[in-house]
Write a protein that binds this ligand. Structure first.
Ligand code: ME8
Length: 513
């Protein structure tokens, strides 16, 4: 087990509008991963933030009649509120308009220029403002942006810019991909990136001579290209290029990132341009880049520009943040697309959470009160419950974003505990006067529920605290898995506090929707 903190990142989101459920999705996945890393490893560090430069934001600010900085400042509270709404436990929040980021980006630019990786040239070509991407003529589709989700008009640019020598890293990238076949996931995205590398890379323009909203090019005209600026957030936020020794020490301690979570549409930036920039700076590439699929709405990608979005605040309020977190991570394998509908959330809420988990807690504690005066009896063995190796399996699945597999593993324990009640029928044991057998079943139920609270805590940080409280346990379910998940750990004689159902039935109107 490595002593280095497990470093997890999300993309930094464009503050060109309000957040939607797609942004919440990647952030929830990263939060779950870092919470699990805090329990399964010595430490974790979790970064998220906002991308505040670029032409699109400048244009939206103009349309709103505001200066870009005033415009982004006005939107930030909403983006930060999203973190509170979903119990996100990030260690830092980086905004690309902060001085610490701007200074370090200029430093990175100067370093690469001194090393000859950045050189002056003339850019002539097409630019898509929506995607903030340069496209060669050969890639355009009917003269428009080739991204199938965009297809907007592109603008012709002809200007003196600075270029990054991406082509020089083509061979090293190919070798890196070949040597590390799992560093980009899912496999489909890895294959797509490999095909781009095999077709050959061209140098890329990394400044915009005619723009003024962005980080000024050191000793030059215009501003640094928004993607070059944005990618660097992952190192500037943890102290690369800082004058503060404590910050630089953080960087030394946690870089390279263990898992960089992104949406699949930005894989090229993160798996081709980003490692090349890092190598140019003499730094290591991240250990893994993992791309989530798209949340769709009526089979179309949900996006700010299409306006077909689900409000993450409303949905959290309706179903509770934990139920939405659970739904998003359980519904589809990470990397696959899936449709978002309230009906689908409701199904998971009622079946998995209400019936399977919530009722299990409720039934178990009711019986404990009835048969054992509400006190946890002495330990007995696990008696065939699927707990052997469970924590280890979940600890391996979560860092690979196999959230759905991990939840399915955990649910085997939920199912086994429900089956234990249904098959052993403690009420009949009691009638027969077999108190020892009743106590055995009761211990297994309580201990199993304690395991569930610990293992589910990274996924559902609020409801598991409530489970913990009802189980009468002290502290919180955020526990080091290696010591907490040893069968038999429930302190004998603990007095439980049966409470309200964990996932109460929701209003009938919604249930019939
Ligand atoms: O691309 N389904 O920012 P962005 C799933 N600033 N995930 C979605 C989603 C959907 N429908 N919509 C958005 C940018 N996301 C750049 C990133 S990083 C150095 C710079 C998530 O505001 C997904 O993670 O367009 C996607 O990659 C990210 O939000 C894009 O957010």
């Amino acid at each position: 087990m490595s002593e280095r903190a497990f470093y997890v990142t999300t993309p930094i989101y464009y503050v060109s509008g309000n957040p939607h459920i797609g942004h919440a999705y990647t952030t929830i996945a990263a939060d779950t991963m870092s919470r699990a890393a805090r329990c399964a490893r010595p430490a974790a560090y979790f970064l998220t933030g906002t991308d505040e430069h670029g032409q699109k934001i400048a244009e939206n600010a103009r349309a709103a009649g505001l200066e870009p900085q005033v415009f982004v400042d006005s939107l930030i509270p909403r983006w930060k509120a999203l973190l509170d709404a979903y119990e996100i436990a990030n260690d830092d929040f980086i905004r690309t308009t902060e001085g610490r980021h701007e200074r370090a980006v200029q430093r990175a630019f100067e370093t690469l220029r001194e090393r000859g990786d950045i050189y002056p040239g003339k850019y002539e070509g097409w630019y898509c403002t929506n995607d903030e991407t340069f496209w060669p003529e050969s890639k355009l589709v009917d003269g428009r942006c080739p991204n199938p989700e965009c297809r907007r008009e592109v603008k012709w640019l002809s200007e003196d810019d600075w270029f990054f020598r991406l082509s020089a890293y083509n061979q090293r990238l190919l070798e890196h991909f070949e040597r590390n076949p799992h560093w980009v996931r899912p496999q489909r995205v890895y294959n797509e990136m490999m095909a781009i590398l095999q077709s050959g890379l061209e140098d890329i323009s990394i400044t915009r001579a005619t723009l003024s909203w962005g980080i000024p090019v050191p000793g030059g005209e215009g501003v640094i290209y928004v993607w070059f600026d944005a990618l660097l957030n992952y190192i500037t936020a943890i102290g690369w290029g800082s004058d503060d020794p404590a910050q630089r020490a953080l960087f030394e301690r946690i870089w390279p990132a263990d898992a960089q979570l992104i949406g699949k549409e930005i894989a090229r930036f993160h798996t081709i341009i980003w490692p090349a920039v890092l190598w140019g700076l003499g730094l290591a590439a991240p250990e893994s880049v993992i791309a989530n699929g798209w949340i769709t709405f009526n089979d179309e990608k949900m996006s700010k520009s299409k306006g077909n979005v689900v409000d993450p605040f409303e949905i959290a309020q309706r179903f509770t943040p934990d139920a939405v977190r659970y739904f998003l991570l359980r519904e589809a394998p990470f990397g696959g697309d899936f449709n978002f509908s309230e009906e689908a959330v409701m199904r998971r809420y009622q079946a998995d959470l209400g019936n399977d988990l919530g009722n299990l807690l409720n039934r178990s504690l009711s019986m404990l009160e009835r048969y054992c005066e509400g006190r946890v009896p002495a330990p007995v063995d696990a008696g065939g419950l699927p707990v052997t190796g469970l924590a280890e399996r979940v600890a391996a699945q979560v860092p690979a974003c196999a959230f759905r597999d991990a939840l399915e593993e955990i649910w085997q324990l939920v199912t086994a505990l429900n089956k234990l009640i249904d098959e052993s029928k403690p009420w009949e044991m009691k009638k027969r006067g077999d108190d020892e057998a009743v106590r055995g079943v009761m211990f297994r139920l309580c201990e199993g529920l304690r395991w569930l609270a610990v293992l589910l805590h990274p996924f559902m940080p609020v409801k598991t605290v409530e489970m913990w409280r009802q189980l009468g346990l002290s502290g919180t379910p955020e526990q080091a898995w290696s010591s907490a998940l040893r069968w038999g750990g429930f302190p004998v004689g603990t007095r439980v506090n049966k409470g309200e159902p964990l996932f109460p039935r929701l209003e009938a109107a919604l249930e019939n929707a």
